[in-house]
Design a protein around this ligand. Sequence first.
Ligand SMILES: C[S@@+](CC[C@H](N)C(=O)[O-])C[C@H]1O[C@@H](n2cnc3c(N)ncnc32)[C@H](O)[C@@H]1O
Length: 238
Amino acid sequence: MEYRNNDPGAVQYGNFINYYEFNNAEQRLKLLPRDVWLETENIPSAEPYLVLDVGCNAGDLTQLFYKFLNECVGVPRNRKIQILGIDIDEDLVQRAQIGNECAPNVSYTRLDIMDATAFEEVNEYLRQYNRHSFDVVCCFSITMWIHLNHSDHGLQQFLQKLSGIGDLLVVEPQPWKCYQTAVRRMKRAGDEFPLFSELVWRSNVEECVQKFLEKELGRKKVFECLPTRWQRRICFYR
Ligand SMILES: C[S@@+](CC[C@H](N)C(=O)[O-])C[C@H]1O[C@@H](n2cnc3c(N)ncnc32)[C@H](O)[C@@H]1O
């Protein structure tokens, strides 16, 4: 179970201030494959390799991911990696900006991806590069927070919209056990997730996410990592 001895308290959006003390970014990165990042190895391209990291928290994973991608598609293939990290939490984004060792290739901005105008800002970023989509859109450990705060329909819209702007979609959904932990912590803090009881996607939520991506959005799962220390499965969809 997450945070076994050291309860981080209740948060509404997964905006833990000390997330990386608990969920080691290096360990998760080691699970990532090196050969799924380009669809066709043979097509040479000098275009920047664009990545959107949704829910980047304080940027620890984003920074390491930038270095990792450089080894996979940057250095050997002459692609410049550009990552845009976004997060709903102003303070976390500020910390990510201060700790950014990879500017200007990595940048961070505060954005609630569920805001009606969020995609305008993301599309504005793409326009700088004359592009309509990112090479990769990452959703590491964020689906549960979207789900708890925006219900089934909100999570479906989230997946649909991000799928529309990403060639490769990387999703690390939280299993149901994590929902129960989040709800319990919130209750202990005297609050609740009011939409929790009405969720239809429940005990098999990871399967629901996968089915939706495959059946409704026409995505194909091309890789699944070994489970993380928290028993989460990072899945790759084209
Ligand atoms: C549990 S953390 C995961 C951080 C990072 N993706 C990782 O796996 O290392 C979830 C992050 O998603 C962010 N988040 C939640 N809802 C969001 C939203 N609607 N828009 C943007 N970010 C959001 C939270 O602030 C939090 O930093």
